[in-house]
Design a protein around this ligand. Structure first.
Ligand SMILES: Nc1nc2c(ncn2[C@@H]2O[C@H](COP(=O)(O)OP(=O)(O)OP(=O)(O)O)[C@@H](O)[C@H]2O)c(=O)[nH]1
Length: 570
C-alpha cells in the first residue's frame, strides 16, 4: 500500500494507515464480540449441564432415597403394628407387607443406576440388609400366620362352647337343680380361663391359669348334672381344656418365636432404615455441596460475563474514541483549515502524522503553498511588467522629450517649436487672441566661432539659450532653438507692444551677460511679429514676418529689436 506523489509528498506506510488501523480495530472488536458470545454460550451451556445433573442426578436421587427411607420406615411400622396392634389376629398383615415390599422394591429399582462409586457402595450396604430383612419379614409373617391358625381354631371352639353354655345359663332357672347350676358355672369358668390362657404371655401366669382350668375341670367332672344337654357338653369341654392344657405351652413358645422373629425383623428394619436414611443424608449432603458448587459456578460465570462485558464496553469506547479523536476530529480540523484557506485566511493546515489524513493535509498544504507561490510570482510579474511599462513610458517620454529637445542647449528644438506653434495658433484662432512670435539670432557668431572655437561657441549658445529660457514670464510662453545660432520665442495672447517690450528685455539680458566677443561682447538681434487674427494669416506668414523683422534688425546694425508691420492687420 504505497502511493507515489509529486513534489515531496509523503508516502503512505501501511503501519500508519488509518484504514489499516480501522480495519484492525473493527476486526479485533468483532473477534472479541465473537469470543465473548462463544464464552457466554459455553458458560450458559455448562450451567445448563450442571443444573441438569443437579436436578436429575441429585435432586431426583435424594427424593427417591427419601422415599426409600420412608418405605423402609413404613415396613418397620407395619411389623410393629402386626406385633402389637389389634390386627395381629386378622389375616391381612401378610398382604400389607407384600404391598409395602413391592412399593419398596419399585422405589429401589429407580435407584438401580448408580452414578458414582459412592452410590454403588451405599446401595450395596442397603442391599446387604435387604434380603435378610425381607426373609425375616416373611418368616415373621409365617409365624404370625401359624399362630393365628392355632389360636383361631381354639378360639372358635371356645366361642362355640361359650355360646352353648350361655344358652344353657339362660335355661338354668328352668333346670332348677343346684348341680346343674354349679356345673354350668364351673364350665363357664373353665372356658373363661381357657380363653384367658390363650392371651397369657408369661409362663407363671399360664401355670396359674392351667391350675385354675384343672381345678374347674375336676369340679366339673365331679358333678353329675340332671340335664342331658349339660352332660353332652362335658366331653367337648374336657377335650378343649385338655387341648388347651397340652397345646398352650407350644403355642406360647410359638408366640415367643414370633416375638423373637419380630425383634429380628425389627432390628433388620432398623438396619435397612438406617442404611437408607444414611444414604438419603449422604445424598442430601452431596446435593447441598453440589448446589454450593453450582452457586459458585454461577457467581464465577456472572463475574466472568460481567468482566467480558466491561472489557467489550472498554474496547468499544476505545475504538469510538479512536475514530472520533483520530479520524473525525482531524477530518473536521482539516475541513475547517481547507475552508479557511479557500477563503484566503492564513491558517495552519494540520500535517503531523503519517496517515491518510496527514498526507491529505500535507498535499493540500503543498498545493496551497504552490498556489501562494504562483500568486506571488504573478504579483511580482505584474509589478515587473508595470515597472517595465512605466520605464518604457518614461523612456518614451524621454525619447519624446529628446525628440523635442535640443541636445546642446536643452531647450525645445525646432520640431517642438513647429508643433507648439501650430497648437497655439489654433488656440489663438479659436479665441481670436493675439499671438506674437520673436525670432532671435546671435550677432556675428561665425566670428565668435572662428575666434574662440566651436566648443566655446557651443557654450555661448547654451548660455544664451538658458538666459532666454529663464526669462519666460507666463505660462504658455515657449523658447526653442530654431536652428544654428537662431532661437524663436512664442508668446500666446501677447500684443505687439508687449512682445516688443519683452524682446527688448531679452536683448538687454543677453547684453548684461557680457560674454566676450571679438567685436566687443555677444549681442543678439530680435524680430517681432504679431497677429490678432490668425485665422486670416498663415503660420508660415507669421514666421516670415518675424524673419523679415530680424533681417531688418541685422541690416540696421544688429543688437536691436525690430517689429514687423507688413501685411499684418493690427
Ligand atoms: N559653435 C557653433 N557654431 C554654430 C552652430 N550653428 C551654427 N554655427 C555657426 O554660426 C555661424 C553663422 O554665421 P553666419 O550665418 O555667417 O552669420 P554671422 O556670422 O552670425 O553674422 P550675422 O548673422 O550676419 O550677424 C556659422 O559660422 C556657423 O558655423 C553651432 O551649433 N555651434
Amino acid at each position: 500500500m504505497r502511493r507515489s506523489s509529486n513534489s515531496g509528498m509523503s508516502y503512505l506506510d501501511w503501519r500508519h494507515s488509518i484504514g489499516t488501523r480501522l480495519n484492525t480495530s473493527i476486526i479485533t472488536l468483532f473477534t472479541c464480540y465473537f469470543l465473548a458470545m462463544a464464552a457466554s454460550t459455553y458458560s450458559l451451556y455448562e450451567q445448563f449441564l450442571s443444573f441438569n445433573a443437579l436436578s436429575t442426578n441429585h435432586f431426583e436421587r435424594v427424593m427417591t432415597a427419601a422415599e426409600l427411607t420412608r418405605d423402609a420406615e413404613l415396613i418397620a411400622s407395619e411389623v410393629f403394628e402386626s406385633l402389637v396392634g389389634v390386627d395381629r389376629s386378622n389375616g391381612q398383615r401378610s398382604n400389607n407387607s407384600e404391598n409395602l415390599i413391592q412399593i419398596y422394591q419399585s422405589v429401589r429399582d429407580r435407584l438401580s443406576n448408580p452414578t458414582s462409586p459412592f452410590d454403588v457402595k451405599q446401595l450395596s450396604i442397603i442391599d446387604q440388609w435387604q434380603t435378610p430383612y425381607f426373609n425375616s419379614l416373611e418368616r415373621f409373617n409365617q409365624q404370625l400366620e401359624n399362630e393365628y391358625q392355632l389360636k383361631s381354631a381354639l378360639l372358635l371352639r371356645i366361642d362355640s362352647l361359650f355360646e352353648q353354655l350361655n344358652t344353657l345359663e339362660q335355661q338354668l332357672p328352668l333346670l332348677a337343680t343346684q348341680t346343674d347350676t354349679r356345673f354350668t358355672l364351673h364350665a363357664l369358668s373353665a372356658l373363661s380361663y381357657c380363653a384367658t390362657s390363650l392371651r397369657a404371655e408369661r409362663p407363671g401366669q399360664l401355670a396359674q391359669l392351667h391350675n385354675a382350668i384343672k381345678d374347674h375341670q375336676a369340679k366339673l367332672n365331679a358333678l353329675s348334672p340332671s340335664s342331658e344337654t349339660l352332660r353332652q357338653l362335658r366331653n367337648p369341654i374336657n377335650e378343649l381344656t385338655q387341648q388347651i392344657l397340652t397345646e398352650r405351652g407350644p403355642t406360647l413358645k410359638s408366640e415367643r418365636a414370633t416375638l423373637s422373629s419380630a425383634r429380628e425383623t425389627r432390628v433388620l428394619a432398623q438396619k435397612i432404615t438406617s442404611a437408607t436414611f444414611n444414604y438419603y443424608q449422604a445424598l442430601k449432603q452431596i446435593t447441598r455441596e453440589e448446589i454450593e458448587t453450582h452457586q459458585k459456578q454461577v457467581i464465577t460465570t456472572l463475574i466472568t460475563l460481567s468482566l467480558i462485558t466491561l472489557f467489550m464496553v472498554i474496547m468499544t469506547v476505545v475504538v469510538i474514541f479512536y475514530i472520533k479523536h483520530h479520524v473525525l476530529e482531524r477530518l473536521h480540523l482539516l475541513y475547517s483549515a481547507v475552508n479557511a484557506r479557500m477563503d484566503g485566511k492564513e491558517v495552519r493546515i494540520p500535517t503531523q502524522g503519517r496517515d491518510e489524513i496527514s498526507i491529505l493535509g500535507h498535499a493540500f498544504d503543498q498545493f496551497a503553498k504552490a498556489r501562494y507561490a504562483a500568486e506571488d510570482q504573478l504579483k511580482t510579474a505584474h509589478a515587473e511588467t508595470e515597472k517595465a511599462n512605466n520605464d518604457l513610458k518614461l523612456a518614451n517620454e524621454q525619447l519624446h522629450n529628446l525628440s523635442q529637445t535640443d541636445a546642446l542647449t536643452q531647450i525645445p528644438n525646432r520640431r517642438f517649436f513647429d508643433q507648439y506653434l501650430a497648437r497655439e495658433w489654433n488656440r489663438a484662432c479659436r479665441h481670436n487672441n493675439f499671438l506674437s512670435l520673436i525670432m532671435v539670432d546671435i550677432d556675428w557668431f561665425k566670428a565668435y566661432n572662428d575666434h574662440y572655437g566651436h566648443p566655446e561657441g557651443d557654450a555661448c549658445l547654451q548660455q544664451v539659450a538658458q538666459t532666454l529660457s529663464s526669462h519666460l514670464r507666463r505660462e504658455g510662453e515657449c523658447v526653442a532653438r530654431y536652428g544654428g545660432e537662431e532661437f524663436s520665442i512664442i508668446l500666446p495672447n501677447t500684443s505687439r507692444e508687449q512682445a516688443t517690450e519683452y524682446a527688448e528685455l531679452l536683448r538687454q539680458a543677453i547684453t548684461q551677460l557680457e560674454i566676450p566677443h571679438p567685436y566687443g561682447q555677444v549681442t543678439i538681434s530680435l524680430g517681432v511679429a504679431t497677429t490678432n487674427q490668425p485665422d486670416k494669416l498663415s503660420i508660415e506668414a507669421l514666421i516670415a514676418q518675424a524673419d523679415q523683422a530680424l533681417y531688418h534688425a541685422k541690416n540696421e546694425g544688429r543688437n536691436r529689436v525690430m517689429t514687423s508691420d507688413s501685411g499684418q492687420p493690427l
